[in-house]
Ligand binder design. Structure first.
Ligand code: FAD
Length: 477
């Protein structure tokens, strides 16, 4: 068996989005990096280079950070630009041109992809089921006068292997375990055979050499929400993701079994890097398997791989196969019925979105989780489950709670606007779960209370830290 992963002719990761041929007058193969923003271990980029080599053309890598994606803010722009800097450095080292575009306004952004595509022999982009990616791909595939291909490198094991919406983790797990050994191999990384530098139809930003101050100034110059500030101490980029993974595998993973413990969480904190594509799930899994073989602890490593491959895989399966996956709509009928039947149950308190956003609720633990989200852009997983469950009791109906949660998660979470976020919020409302004994307000949807969580886990230290987060949030406001 090949020890590296190349592209067979009927590779399940590869989808041709239009029926146009290769443009024989094209000057390059264009790789448009939208979600896999990394210069290596990137199947879409590897495929683009392979095709470029076959056509004896250079591969041009286009990456943009537009100001008009939903919830564009200093927080996400900073992380993206730090990622683009690492991308620029990595591509330069591989002899590839990084066409990086930072339009300051939506007007400036208009038409650039169309111009780049018009000179391409072939376009390759990322296959990702959420956020702006599917819309951008189908629009570009329509106007492209050449073949437009997307490559799935989201979940290590291709999304299409499942072939349908999975019912729960238990239905996806056997498929992943069966396919795992084949797909968990290092990617075959072709070297670009033809190199060239092109004049670009926009004013490119030399991001590879940008300092942190340059990045702050670039972010300040964009027409985005400047009230959601960058997260201090959490830098973006493939280089930082790699360091974080190594650090976790050396120091954190042995304690992964205690990951629910909020005062000393032993988790990887890789979700923002996975979300922005600064690291691949395959790369993380392969390094984890190496650590496991070197004695890092089988139970801990397997527990981590379960979250990374099965739980995250289930979320991407949900986004890929369930329509309207960002909304309350696909919540199962049993859950919708029971939640609606309990709408008349008295609520302990009714929240406005603003009170939730400002963490001004009667529940100290919920406030702590919301403050962590606002200050750190990420929430401890157990606290996040409570964060997703409790607002069901504070709104007149479950769909209202759902909308508040998606809004807050997408606005503040570095790992938000992601299948993991939409599927996890939907889980709070019964998706991928089963009926439980009936309770007030929740009906038979699994109920969680902060009182019971506080009796099981040590949330005191977590809540003490919340005062620091509150000061940070207030200082920023
Ligand atoms: C209400 C709610 C909202 C959430 N929103 C998001 C979100 O927007 N983005 C996001 O990435 N995750 C989300 N999660 C899932 C989970 O909380 C985070 O993935 C995890 O806490 C990230 O921390 P980590 O990287 O240290 O995870 P680790 O424990 O180190 O796990 C490694 C990776 O596995 C995946 N993973 C871990 N736990 C889960 C899970 N329960 N479900 C699916 N994938 C998982 C993530 O990609 C994570 O980075 C949400 C959970 C809930 C309950």
């Amino acid at each position: 068996m090949n020890t590296h992963l190349g592209f067979a002719s009927s590779d399940p990761r590869v989808t041709v989005l239009n029926d146009k041929p290769v443009n024989t007058r094209g000057r390059y193969v264009l790789y448009w990096s939208q979600m896999f923003r990394r210069p290596a271990d990137n199947a879409a980029l590897a495929f683009a280079i392979e095709r470029a080599n076959a056509l004896r053309l250079p591969c041009l890598v286009y990456e943009a950070v537009r100001p008009d994606y939903p919830f564009a803010s200093d927080r996400f722009h900073t992380f993206l630009l730090e990622g683009a800097r690492a991308m620029g450095l990595g591509l330069r080292a591989r002899g590839l041109q990084h066409a990086f575009f930072l339009p300051r306004t939506a007007d400036e952004a208009r038409g650039v992809v169309r111009k780049l595509v018009s000179h391409a022999a072939l376009v390759v982009s990322d296959d990702h089921p959420s956020f702006v990616c599917p819309i951008q791909n189908s629009a570009a595939a329509r106007f492209a006068e050449c073949s437009y291909i997307i490559v799935d490198d989201t979940t290590a094991i291709p999304m299409s292997l499942s072939g349908k919406a999975e019912f729960a983790a238990r239905t996806l797990r056997p498929k992943i375990l069966k396919a795992r050994d084949f797909w968990l191999r290092p990617l075959d990384e072709p070297e670009p055979a033809v190199r060239a530098t092109f004049d670009l139809p926009f004013h490119a930003t030399p991001i590879a050499d940008a300092t942190n101050d340059d990045i702050a100034a670039l972010v300040a110059s964009c027409a985005i929400d400047h009230s959601v500030r960058a997260v201090a101490g959490t830098r973006g980029g493939a280089d930082v993701a790699e360091e974080r993974l190594i650090d976790f595998l050396e120091k954190g993973i042995s304690g992964y079994g205690d990951r629910n413990e909020p005062s000393a969480p032993n988790t990887s904190r890789l979700s923002p890097y996975l979300h922005f594509g600064h690291i691949s799930a395959r790369g993380v899994a392969l390094e984890t398997l190496k650590a496991r073989a070197a004695g890092a602890g089988e139970l801990a490593c397997d527990g981590f791989l379960e979250q990374l491959l099965v739980r995250r895989g289930l979320a991407f399966n949900y986004a890929e196969y369930v329509s309207a996956h960002t909304t309350f709509e696909p919540v199962p009928a049993w859950a919708k019925t029971t939640l609606a039947a309990h709408e008349a149950d008295p609520r302990p308190w009714l929240a406005t979105r603003q009170e939730l956003e400002d963490a001004h609720t009667p529940d100290e633990l919920w406030n702590a989780a919301q403050l962590e989200l606002r200050a750190r852009g990420i929430v401890h997983n157990y606290a996040r489950m409570l964060w997703g469950k409790i607002p069901i009791t504070w709104t007149p109906s479950a769909p209202e709670a759902f909308d508040h949660l998606v809004y807050l998660n997408d606005k503040y979470a570095l790992d938000g606007r992601d299948p993991d976020g939409y599927a996890s919020i939907a889980w709070c409302f019964g998706v991928h779960d089963r009926p439980w004994p009936e309770r007030a307000i929740f009906g038979t949807v699994r109920c969680m209370t902060t009182r019971s969580a506080r009796s099981k886990l040590d949330f005191e230290g977590y809540m003490r830290t919340a005062s620091t987060w509150r000061s940070e949030v207030s200082a920023k406001a």
